[in-house]
Design a protein around this ligand. Structure first.
Ligand SMILES: [Zn+2]
Length: 242
């Protein structure tokens, strides 16, 4: 049995909630899906530490999804003396290392360093298997021209990552519970509640928790509860099978 733990459910500018990152945990290991700048605090809030993370999957290159990699890399390198697995689509690599992490992680006590000095990097194109689970990558639509991916886990749990509505994916996708990016005002790069109501039929909406939302969520709680499965909450656990 797996547990998906909501480590954070806030948008990038949220103060009330940590970055929208989750962990998938079972007896074989712990995978983080995204690793934003709030990760150490978010893990601690669930009585977890950096040392408890075995692998990380990155959906796309934004600070609330990747800036925590710097902390995890340094602590694993200097403190725990271990490398953990990092799963990402190859199209994300250059932006992740050359344009985001290299300035800080590019040097260690031993001289210049590369991403592979900190992580066992696994490129994944369409799918991967990890700790007994099957992960299917979904190409979602976040920022025009910028790669971003969601996941379908065991055809059971759908995770959108940051995206605008993706009807063409969701209408044919087999899943039972979804976590979908959401915001409450009009947006070109996220999914406004209005756009989700407009684009998704009720039978899909009722399977979706809204996730990665801004601080004014209480104003929309009733609307969300009526039309969707609800809002994700920090510390919430969703059990699902292998
Ligand atoms: Zn983003």
């Amino acid at each position: 049995m797996n547990e998906l733990i909501i480590l954070g459910c806030g948008s990038s500018d949220a103060l009330k909630n940590y970055n929208a990152n989750v962990a998938v945990i079972n007896q074989q290991g712990t995978l983080l899906i995204d690793c934003g700048y709030s990760i150490k605090h978010a893990l601690a809030a669930q009585n977890m530490g950096i040392e408890s993370v075995d692998a990380i999957f990155i959906t796309h290159i934004h600070g609330d999804h990747i800036f925590g990699l710097e902390r995890i890399a340094f602590e694993n390198y200097y403190k725990y003396h271990k490398k953990i697995a990092l799963y990402l689509h190859p199209s994300l690599y250059k932006t992740l290392w050359d344009e985001s992490l290299k300035g800080s992680l590019g040097h260690t006590d031993k001289g210049s360093a590369v991403l592979e000095d900190y992580f066992d990097v696994h490129f994944v194109e369409d799918k991967f298997e990890l700790f007994g689970n099957h992960y299917q990558l979904l190409k979602v639509k976040h920022i025009k021209g910028v790669a971003a991916f969601g996941l379908n886990i065991n055809e059971d749990i759908f995770y959108s990552g940051d995206t605008t509505p993706i009807c063409e994916i969701l209408q044919d996708l087999r899943f039972n519970v979804g976590l979908h990016d959401a915001t409450f005002s009009a947006s070109e790069v996220h999914s406004s509640v209005d756009s989700l109501l407009e684009n998704y039929p009720e039978h899909i909406r009722k399977k979706l928790y809204l996730h990665g939302y801004p601080d004014n969520y209480l104003d929309y709680q009733d609307l969300v509860d009526k039309n969707f499965k609800g809002l994700t909450k920090q510390g919430m656990r969703i059990k699902f099978g292998q």
